[in-house]
Design a binder for this molecule. Structure first.
Ligand code: SAH
Length: 570
C-alpha cells in the first residue's frame, strides 16, 4: 500500500489525481501532517508526500530505522514540477515509484542514487540477495576502481562496467557470486545465486523448528548459504504439512511439490521402505530435490531431536544456472512507443543481439559493458543462432526486433533454435500495423489480418491464397513488406484480388515510417492507389466493405450495421 500525505489545497489536488489513477493501491492519510506521516510510515510500503523535502526530512527523521525495512519515500512539490526519490531508492522502491508518480502527474522525476544516475547496476537491484561490504563494493564499481568478479558459475546478470573483470591483477575489492559460505574481507561483497533446492520429507505434524533446524544445519555443515536456497521441494501428499510449509515461509522461498509416481522414478542414492509405505515413493527428500535436475550436494540426512524419533529428512541439490533470452520488440521507432518493460530488459541484458539499425535506435539505453553483437540485413537465422548460443552460455541476452519481435521477425527463428535449457521471456512491442492504424484513424475496428507480401521465403501461391481468403471473408488487410525494388508486381496483384470483392472507393491507408522522424501517411482508395508510391518502409491497410473515410480519417465500424455520426443507421 502507498500512503499519500498532503498539507495544502494544492498538494491535496495533486494527491487526489494520484489516488484516482491508482485505485486500490493508495491510501490517503488526512489530519495533522506529523501524525499522518507517522501512521503511513508504520502501515505502508511506500509514502508519497506532497510537501517540501525539508519538511518531509524533519518529519521522517525520528522514524527512520533501517534501510532494509523503512518504506520508500517520494516527495512531490506543491507546484507539481518534481517528484523526488527521497528515501529507500532501491530497497524501498522509491526510485521506481518516483518514475511512476512523475508519469502520472506529468512532472520531472529526480533520482539521485549514484548507481541509477550513471547506469551501473546497484548491487542490491540485481534480483539476488547480497551480503558483505555492499556499499563499499558498489562505490568501487562506480568509481572505476578495478574490481574482481569471482563467480562459481555464470549466472545471467546484467552487464557490469569494464572495471569489473574476472581476471584482475592485484585488486583489493572483490565481488563474489557463489552459494558457498566465505570469509569476507572488508572490501568483499557476495551475491547469492538462487542455486539450491532443498528436498524435504516430514512425518505428520513434525514441528517447524525441527524441519527448519535440520535444513539450517545441513546447509551450515555443507558450507552453503541459506540465501542461495531457491525453493523447498516435497511430495504432493505433504503440500499442506505445517512443518514444511512453515519452514518454506520462514526461509522466504516457495514450496514445489511432485506426484509420488514422479518421485518414484527419480534414481537416488538412499532409497528406503518407510516413505514407500507411507506416500508411495522410496525417496521424498532426495527425489524431490533431484526431480528438477542438478547435482546432489547433501545426501539425505535426518533431524536429531532429543529423546524421540526423527520426524524430518532433507537433501540438498545444486542446480546449474540457466541462461536467459529476452526477445524484445522495440516498437515502430519513436522512443515513447518503446515500452518500459522493453527498456528494463535492455538494461537487464549483458549481451545484445540485433540488426545494426535497431541497435542504433536504443544504444544509449544499454548499460556500459554490454556486449553488442550487431549484424547487417539478411543474417536473420545467424542472429537467432547467436542469441540462443549466448544464452546457452549462461548470459542474459536481449534479442531485439522492430515493432513486435514476434511479428515477421526474430522470435520464431530464435525459439525454433532454443531448447528447454534456457529461460525465454517475450516483451511485446507496438507492431507496424497498430502504429499505422493509430495514424490513419480506426481502420482495425473489426476483424483484420496482416499479410506479408514478401515471397522470398513463402511461395507466391500461398500468399495469394491467403489474400483471396481475406478478400472473400471481407476482412481488413494490412500488407507488410508490400513492395521493394526487386518485388514490384505483388502489391498490384494483391490489391487486384481484394478489388474483386470490394468497391473501388474502399479506403486504403498508406503509412511510411510510422513514428519515425520522416513519418508520412495518406489515405487513398482501392481504385486510385498508385502502388509505385509504396516501398519497404511502408504498410498498406485496405478497408473492408464497411470502412469509410470520415473527416479525413479511415474508420471501420465495430458492428455490421454502419452508424453515421448522428447515430442513424445507414
Ligand atoms: N516486426 C516488425 C515487422 C517486420 S517486417 C513489426 O512488428 O512491425 C518489416 C516490414 O514491417 C516493413 O517492410 C514494413 O512493411 C513494416 N514496418 C516496420 N516498421 C514500420 C514503420 N515504422 N512504419 C511503416 N511500416 C513499418
Amino acid at each position: 500500500m502507498i500512503g499519500l500525505i498532503s498539507a495544502t489545497a494544492a498538494g491535496a489536488t495533486a494527491r487526489d489525481r494520484l489516488a484516482a489513477a491508482w485505485p486500490g493501491r493508495v491510501r490517503v492519510y488526512e489530519g495533522p501532517v506529523r501524525e499522518a506521516v507517522e501512521r503511513a510510515f508504520a502501515e505502508c510500503d511506500a509514502l508519497v508526500c506532497f510537501l517540501a523535502t525539508g519538511a518531509t526530512v524533519r518529519l521522517l527523521a525520528p522514524l527512520l530505522a533501517d534501510k532494509a525495512s523503512d518504506p520508500g519515500v517520494v516527495c512531490v512539490d506543491e507546484g507539481v514540477r518534481f517528484a523526488v526519490s527521497l528515501l529507500g531508492g532501491h530497497g524501498g522502491g522509491a526510485n521506481a515509484l518516483t518514475e511512476e508518480v512523475a508519469d502520472v502527474l506529468g512532472c520531472t522525476p529526480v533520482v539521485t542514487t549514484a548507481t541509477d544516475a550513471v547506469s551501473v547496476p546497484g548491487l542490491d537491484t540485481l534480483g539476488l540477495p547480497v551480503e558483505g561490504a555492499v556499499a563499499a563494493v558498489g562505490r568501487a564499481i562506480l568509481d572505476g576502481e578495478p574490481v574482481a568478479l569471482r563467480a562459481d558459475a555464470r549466472w545471467p546478470l546484467p552487464a557490469f562496467p569494464p572495471n569489473v573483470t574476472d581476471a584482475p591483477d592485484a585488486c583489493d575489492v572483490t565481488l563474489h557470486l557463489t552459494d558457498r559460505l566465505l570469509e569476507l574481507g572488508p572490501r568483499d561483497a557476495v551475491l547469492r545465486p538462487k542455486s539450491l533446492v532443498v528436498g524435504v520429507g516430514a512425518s505428520k505434524d513434525a514441528p517447524v523448528e525441527e524441519v527448519l533446524g535440520l535444513i539450517e544445519d545441513a546447509l551450515a555443515d555443507a558450507g552453503l548459504s541459506p540465501l542461495s536456497v531457491a525453493e523447498l521441494a516435497t511430495v504432493d501428499a505433504k503440500a499442506q504439512e505445517p512443518g514444511i510449509v512453515g519452514a518454506a515461509s520462514r526461509l522466504g522461498v516457495p514450496l514445489t511439490t511432485y506426484a509420488s509416481q514422479e518421485l518414484a522414478s527419480v534414481s537416488v542414492p538412499n532409497p528406503s521402505d518407510a516413505p514407500l509405505a507411507a506416500v508411495g515413493t522410496p525417496s521424498v527428500a532426495e527425489a524431490a530435490a533431484l526431480a528438477g535436475g542438478g547435482e546432489l550436494v547433501v545426501p539425505k540426512r535426518k533431524s536429531a531431536p532429543e529423546g524421540r524419533a526423527a520426524m524430518a529428512t532433507c537433501a540438498i541439490v545444486r542446480r546449474a544456472p540457466r541462461g536467459r533470452l529476452a526477445v524484445v520488440g522495440l516498437g515502430p521507432g519513436a522512443r515513447d512507443l518503446l515500452t518500459p518493460r522493453a527498456k528494463d530488459e535492455l538494461r537487464r541484458a549483458s549481451v545484445l543481439v540485433g540488426l545494426d539499425q535497431y541497435v542504433d535506435q536504443i544504444r544509449d539505453l544499454l548499460r556500459p559493458g554490454t556486449t553488442v553483437l550487431e549484424s547487417g540485413l539478411g543474417a536473420e537465422e545467424e542472429r537467432a543462432r547467436t542469441a540462443v548460443a549466448e544464452a546457452r552460455e549462461g548470459h542474459a541476452v536481449a534479442l531485439i526486433g522492430s515493432g513486435d519481435a514476434g511479428v515477421y521477425a526474430m522470435a520464431s527463428p530464435a525459439l525454433a533454435e532454443a531448447a528447454d535449457d534456457i529461460d525465454v521471456v517475450g516483451v511485446p512491442g507496438v507492431t507496424a500495423a497498430l502504429a499505422a492504424a493509430a495514424i490513419l484513424g480506426a481502420p482495425l475496428g473489426h476483424d483484420h489480418v496482416s499479410i506479408s507480401l514478401s515471397d522470398l521465403h513463402t511461395p507466391w501461391e500461398v500468399i495469394e491464397r491467403r489474400v483471396r481468403a481475406a478478400a472473400e471473408a471481407d476482412i481488413v488487410v494490412t500488407f507488410y513488406n508490400p513492395r521493394s525494388r526487386g518485388r514490384d508486381w505483388q502489391l498490384p496483384k494483391a490489391l487486384g484480388i481484394l478489388a474483386t470483392h470490394r468497391a473501388p472507393h474502399t479506403p486504403v491507408g498508406v503509412v511510411r515510417n510510422a513514428s519515425r522522424p520522416d513519418e508520412s501517411s495518406r489515405l487513398s482508395t482501392l481504385g486510385a492507389l498508385d502502388p509505385a508510391t509504396v516501398d519497404m518502409m511502408t504498410v498498406v491497410t485496405v478497408g473492408n466493405t464497411a470502412t469509410r473515410e470520415i473527416a479525413g480519417r479511415m474508420v471501420t465500424p465495430r458492428g455490421y450495421r454502419w452508424q453515421s455520426a448522428t447515430g442513424e443507421a445507414k
